[in-house]
Design a protein around this ligand. Structure first.
Ligand SMILES: Nc1nc2c(ncn2[C@@H]2O[C@H](COP(=O)(O)OP(=O)(O)OP(=O)(O)O)[C@@H](O)[C@H]2O)c(=O)[nH]1
Ligand SMILES: [Mg+2]
Length: 455
């Protein structure tokens, strides 16, 4: 998401760097360029106008600080105003004092409701909650089955029965109380366009379950249509926030930048792909930094904390500490990394990655090849690669569908990595640092707060 804008801003800011004081004409030119960038990103006209007005006001004088260069000042102002446009504060979800907390999902057909329901359940589990998914889409015969499959994938229980949507939703909440689940996520039916029947059905489900949160699921790729859809839904169904899906297919990000101002409700979560892990809370401030090419390291760290299995991580640290990090450990680490989603997505969160590198991307097949090679080794070979002789090399290459030179390359790189770890004193430093295990849910939430998270 936002690649279009990031590219544009990169150009604008590069030209600004190294300039002295900015005169009125220069400021006007920068503003014009920002305007073009925003329009190109499909941001709604009224939002562009408003945002530019705020930037113009702040850039023409009053606020100029002596400690910043003109370029830094413009970046600071644009960063803050983009954050405000994206919603300012991030969406806060507080749990009902009397559980379960009920979350109702609504949206048009194919927007990604059912997928988002499962991802949301997974996210709640990571927060230490016990979600129940409720399948209240009885329009499509396969809808409930789809939810059951996805629910199984993420390890969340699913409730449904072939009655009617309102009854299912109501009974779902009762079921959660009965079995002690503290969060209920209700998946509802979608229709091709907003019509009365659709609205009536969701409104009835809403009236019957009185959800704490009503989240609208919209497809980011539909751009300003997504914003119009949100506005129409909000007229009937009081929304609390938006789940923006398929942002992986949307380079422009116009919906994300327009929806808060036009509808008055913030983006709460974004879905960045089809895999369960490709889903995250939306932080306006971090998103603004990403747009301005400043990366989003905080989200990357939190993602790693969520997705990394702490036992596997602790074991790897132990092995590193003992100077015995083997190919088996390496393989496990690769598996962990893959759980975080495509490596390509992570690249976008790192600051200062040049555009050429971002565009060239990461060859995921390379990673799969490495995995295949390690999987074709015996446990003894993984533990002690020095036993790998010519015939073993041939067997491994054949087993992994690679060549002996691929096997050689991996072994050489792994040896270098081990040497680096030894020479950089990593093992020694870890040995001195004593055991450091990540805390479970409770402890983690407090450290996250310190990191600026508001969830
Ligand atoms: N690339 C990508 N695909 C997604 C994302 N979210 C959902 N999808 C895909 O979009 C398609 C529709 O998703 P569903 O969850 O079935 O949509 P829905 O809103 O429940 O659809 P109906 O129940 O028919 O109204 C599926 O193929 C999903 O895998 C996303 O963030 N990125
Ligand atoms: Mg569905």
């Amino acid at each position: 998401m936002f690649e279009t804008l990031t590219d544009r801003f990169e150009g604008i800011l590069t030209r600004l760097r190294g300039r002295g004081r900015l005169g009125d004409a220069e400021i006007a030119e920068v503003l014009r360029e920002i305007r073009v960038a925003l329009l190109e990103a499909d941001v709604s006209l009224e939002v562009v106008r408003d945002l530019l007005e705020r930037i113009r006001e702040r850039c023409s004088g009053a606020e100029l600080s002596k400690s910043l260069t003109p370029a830094q000042q413009v970046i600071k102002v644009v960063d803050e105003e983009l954050t405000a446009t994206l919603g300012g504060e991030s969406f806060k979800l507080t749990y009902a004092s009397k559980p379960p907390t009920v979350v109702l999902l609504a949206g048009l057909q194919g927007a990604g409701k059912t997928a988002a329901a499962a991802k949301l359940a997974r996210w709640f589990k990571q927060q230490g909650r016990h979600p129940l998914l409720v399948g209240a889409d009885l329009q499509r015969p396969a809808a409930v089955e789809q939810l059951r499959v996805l629910g199984r994938d993420v390890g969340a229980a699913v409730f449904s029965e072939p009655t009617d949507p309102v009854a299912v939703a109501r009974r779902g909440v009762e079921e959660a109380v009965r079995v002690g689940r503290d969060v209920v996520v209700i998946d509802t039916a979608g229709r091709l366009a907003i019509d009365e029947a659709l609205m009536r059905e969701v409104a009835e489900v809403s009236a019957a379950t009185r959800p704490h949160y009503t989240l609208l699921v919209v497809d980011a790729m539909t751009g300003q249509d997504a914003v119009r859809t949100a506005r129409a839904f909000h007229e009937t169904l009081e929304l609390d926030g938006i789940i923006l899906t398929k942002v992986d297919g949307d380079a422009r990000g116009g919906a994300a930048l327009s929806v808060k101002q036009v509808v008055g409700k913030p983006v709460a979560f974004v879905s960045t792909g089809e895999r369960p892990a490709e889903f995250e809370p939306f932080y306006p401030d971090r998103m603004a930094s990403r747009i301005l090419g400043m990366g989003d390291v905080l989200s990357l760290i939190e993602k790693a904390e969520r997705e990394y299995d702490e036992d596997v991580a602790a074991k790897a640290v132990e092995r590193l500490r003992a100077g015995r990090f083997s190919l088996e450990d390496f393989h496990e680490q690769l598996q962990q990394m893959k759980k975080m989603g495509p490596l390509q997505n992570m690249l976008g969160m790192l600051p200062g990655i040049p555009k050429e590198v971002r565009d060239a991307g990461i060859d995921e097949s390379q990673v799969s090849r490495i995995e295949a090679i390690i999987r074709s080794m015996t446990p003894q070979e993984r533990d002690d690669p020095s036993v790998i002789n010519g015939s073993r090399r041939m067997r491994i290459a054949a087993g992994s569908g690679t060549s002996t030179s691929d096997v050689n390359n991996l072994l050489r790189q792994f040896k270098e990595m081990q040497r680096f770890m030894r020479s950089s004193g990593m093992a020694g430093a870890l040995a001195r640092s004593g055991p450091r295990r990540k805390k479970k849910q409770g402890g983690r939430s407090s450290s996250r707060k310190g990191a600026g998270s508001r969830h």
